[in-house]
Design a protein around this ligand. Structure first.
Ligand code: BZD
Length: 838
């Protein structure tokens, strides 16, 4: 029998070292962990030792909830959501766990009373950077919301030994440094070797008849790799639910090594081990041409196979037949990276569990749902058939079979429409043959969604048009959201505090309730408090920049921030063109009255993406000139802050006045940084792209700085024949800017350095910077005018933040639960762990 919650609260009062929450107990727990886990006395302990002792103290206080949650799911037949993602960009765990446990202040005091510096210890945590950007961070926000909404869920992914590279800037260029995040240990994960799973690769298949005379296929692999799960608890906000993030590490199976060793091939055996362990070594940066990358396909298949086998094991633990597998699990494919799961589940059901094809296919389709995150054609995954067949021979057969049956259906509906059939096929046969992963995901799923309204519409009209015509009912939109726990409560405690004083704390789980604050927009004292908080945070950021990068920035200036991956479609270089425009205005008229601005950039470029790296160099080169020109007199500052990551995001979103969301219309699937900025009271300058459109709808057009072509205008201009030279010749301001870059002014006279960038703009301008330039410059002038009116700006800032209810990831997860997963919340009751008597 579970004790009722009141008993639970009493039992927690028992001052056990591992669960107690009194100051004395917490202090003792930290000291104990330092001694017994780190094996150190305070006198010889490093900062990291203290951090580890603190982290274990917090983890101990999570474990009861975690174990109760897992047990609750195992004992009942509740549906579990499995979020399959090659990336989880979690960010630091400590603060988030403290907030979700509701013990932040108490633990902070315990640390300080122990004579330690809490902030210093907090900063000691290495963030797990197991993702590139938006897609990986979305998975992390969704894990937080799933737990906070008490939805049974498991996040399945890859435990990369090296996550996204650390970025340094040398001489203005990006340098990549290996991310050794596991160097000092990871206190948040628990290895579960007993739950390891074997995964096959390569080899060949054999047909045979089973004892009942049924045709069957077996797969004889070349190698077997062992997947070892590492589990991290993901606690919800002030609930007992602690779901699991299960990440797989690849290892060589022991038996395999021994075999080779016994026949005398010691080095061969070691080599096999290296090959196996390479699979989860490193996260692939996005924007890399992927087609030849066998290791990437190995990564995808490895984690998907481990995860599906794990689910089947869990299912068979709860019931005896796989016939209702899809009622046990809803599996979401985070883009096509795990799409091989469709063929793998079919293989597991048909080959390994002897379920007939038609039933297996029903189960598979009812299990999977697919989220698309990109419209860029070059980013759609496809694998060369030859490579695929070598690595996964059985899956290739299964995909052929799926395709044959699928195209049969298409033919029945559209007889003789050969072009349509070729377009829909899972195999691209226009040249070298490829497997189209988005097609596999679409055919194998019962639901397909985009991540913002415009994006879903464009999917239906464009990228997945033929599928939409075939199955319109499969398509829905699920506009992205972000978690207000990390992106307001953890990152902006002062703002959270002000809000709590006015409307209580309900908004943290029901973000729409922020609307109540609209009542205070006309309250001058409230506006003053709002401004003061922004000012304080800006001062903090200025100090941080001074301390870490030796650059002086003026906390009174307008903080104009663009942080995100560097990509031509995101147009950081359009921002740079505007900076040069302003600079030219000042040079022409040094006494001109401009609004002081600090332009803050952050973001990584894919290591092989030359143009993105050149954009970083351009920003840094412009910064050098602008920041050192006495005529500018501190009115403009440009800083590129290296190594943008989750932790730095938490520092910069709250400090921003202006959020740059300036992608070419129709290119940014959604964006999620846009939401984090707005929640923290930044105003947006943006195009009608991705979620910007919906943000503007929510905050009101009068509180949003809109510029640029719309998506239909972009298409029309392309169709008509876009010529960037027309804009160059017609706009003298633009011409001056481009000519200045070409002249070597920002490159110590080197006229070649930026030529590839300038030429790409002049001769192609694929992302239409020139077409949007004037509109952007004019819009920035409106920003300046608005910023001059402090009270007006504050009103706009407040309205932006308080109208962001829609963009909580809780709303997004509720929609997924109702419309795609059919998943319900499950109450987890707390039971105390009673130690058995010796
Ligand atoms: O996904 C991003 C989109 O570009 C954003 O518009 C959107 O808001 C987020 C979340 O939906 N896509 C990515 O971040 N994609 C990747 O990081 C990625 C990673 C590996 C391979 C390909 C793309």
């Amino acid at each position: 029998m579970n004790p009722p919650v009141e008993t639970l609260q009493q039992t927690i009062k028992v001052e056990d070292d591992r669960t107690g929450l009194s100051l004395e107990t917490l202090k003792r727990a930290i000291a104990d962990n330092l001694f017994y886990i780190q094996g150190k006395y305070p006198a010889i302990a490093t900062k990291n030792d203290f951090y580890m002792a603190l982290a274990y103290t917090v983890r101990d206080r999570l474990l009861q909830r975690w174990l109760n949650t897992t047990e609750t799911y195992l004992k009942s037949k509740v549906k579990v959501v499995c979020y399959l993602s090659a990336e989880f960009l979690m960010g630091p765990h400590l603060s988030n766990n403290l907030v979700n446990l509701g013990i932040y202040d108490q633990v902070r005091r315990a640390v300080e009373e122990s004579g330690l510096d809490f902030v210093e210890l907090r900063e000691q945590e290495e963030e797990p950077g197991l993702g590139n950007g938006g897609l990986g961070r979305l998975a992390a926000c969704y894990m937080d919301s799933l737990a906070s909404l008490e939805i049974p869920a498991i996040g399945y992914g890859i435990r990369y030994e090296f996550g996204i590279f650390d970025q340094e800037i040398r001489d203005g260029w990006q340098i990549e440094i290996t991310d050794k995040w596991l160097r000092y240990g990871n206190p948040w994960e628990i290895e579960r070797p007993e739950a390891s799973i074997d995964v096959k690769f390569g080899g060949y298949t054999q047909a045979y008849n089973d004892e009942n005379g049924h045709y069957r296929v077996r797969w004889i692999p070349d190698i077997i790799v062992k997947g070892v799960p590492y589990d991290t608890p993901i606690l919800g906000y002030k609930v007992n639910t602690a779901n699991t993030l299960r990440l797989w590490k690849a290892e060589a199976p022991e038996s395999f090594e021994f075999e080779a060793f016994n026949v005398g091939d010691y080095y061969g055996a070691v080599n096999e081990k290296v090959v196996a362990e390479n699979i989860t070594k490193v996260l692939y940066p996005n924007d890399e041409p992927i087609q030849g990358k066998q290791l990437r396909l190995q990564q995808q298949y490895f984690f998907v196979s481990c995860s599906l086998q794990d689910m089947i094991r869990l299912h068979l633990h709860r019931q005896d037949s796989l016939d209702n597998f899809h009622e046990s699990f809803a599996v979401q494919l985070n883009d096509t990276h795990p799409a091989i799961g469709v063929a793998e589940l079919m293989r597991l059901l048909v080959d390994e569990h002897q379920i007939d094809w038609d039933r297996a296919w029903q189960i598979t389709q009812n299990t999977f749902a697919y989220t698309n995150h990109t419209l860029l054609p070059e980013a759609l995954e496809k694998w060369p058939l030859s490579l695929f067949g070598r690595l996964l021979p059985r899956h290739l057969q299964i995909i052929y079979e799926i395709n044959q049956r699928f195209l049969g259906q298409v033919r029945a509906k559209y007889p003789d429409d050969h072009q349509r059939i070729a377009r829909l096929s899972l195999i691209d046969e226009s040249g070298e043959k490829y497997i189209r992963m988005a097609h596999l995901a679409s055919v194998g799923s019962h639901a397909i969604n985009g991540v913002a309204a415009l994006h879903t519409k464009l999917l239906q009209q464009d990228v997945l048009r033929d599928f939409y015509e075939l199955w319109p009912e499969k398509f829905t939109n699920k506009t992205n959201g972000v978690t207000p726990r990390r992106w307001i409560v953890v990152s902006n405690p002062k703002l959270a505090e002000l809000i709590n004083r006015k409307i209580g704390t309900n908004w943290i789980k029901h973000l729409e309730e922020l609307k109540q604050l609209e009542a205070f927009v006309e309250d001058a004292e409230f506006r003053q408090q709002w401004r003061q908080i922004k000012q304080d945070i800006k001062r903090d950021l200025a100090e941080y920049v001074k301390k870490n990068h030796a650059i002086d920035i003026n906390p009174q200036s307008l903080f104009d921030v663009q942080v995100k991956r560097i990509h031509e479609y995101k147009r950081q270089h359009l921002n740079a063109l505007y900076i040069i425009t302003l600079y030219n205005q000042i040079k022409q008229n040094p006494n001109i009255d401009v609004v002081p601005r600090t332009f803050i950039f952050g973001g990584k470029a894919a290591p092989g993406y030359f143009m993105a790296k050149l954009i970083i160099k351009l920003i840094n080169s412009v910064a050098q000139v602008v920041n050192n020109d006495p005529d500018v007199r501190e009115r403009l500052k440009v800083v590129f802050l290296p190594d943008y990551n989750v932790r730095f995001g938490q520092r910069v979103y709250p400090a921003a006045d202006l959020s740059e969301q300036i992608s070419t219309a129709g290119k940014e699937a959604s964006g999620t940084g846009n939401m984090k900025f707005s929640m923290n009271g930044a105003l947006t300058i943006g195009t009608l792209d991705g979620a910007n459109i919906e943000i503007r709808e929510e905050v009101g057009a009068e509180n949003f700085f809109l510029f640029g072509l719309t998506t239909p205008e972009v298409y029309a201009l392309k169709a008509k024949g876009y010529n960037p030279w027309d804009y160059y010749h017609a706009n003298s301001q633009l011409k001056t800017v481009i000519d200045l870059i070409s002249s070597g002014f920002f490159s110590h006279g080197d006229t070649n350095l930026f030529r590839p960038l300038v030429d790409s703009l002049l001769y192609h301008d694929q992302y239409m910077l020139f077409a949007d330039y004037q509109s952007y410059v004019d819009c920035q002038e409106q920003v300046n005018q608005a910023y001059r009116d402090e009270e007006k700006w504050t009103r706009m800032s407040i309205l932006n933040a308080v109208r962001m209810g829609k963009f909580s990831s809780d709303r997004a997860i509720r929609e997924y639960c109702q419309e795609i997963w059919n998943a319900q919340p499950v109450n987890v009751e707390m039971q105390e762990y009673v130690q058995p008597k010796p």
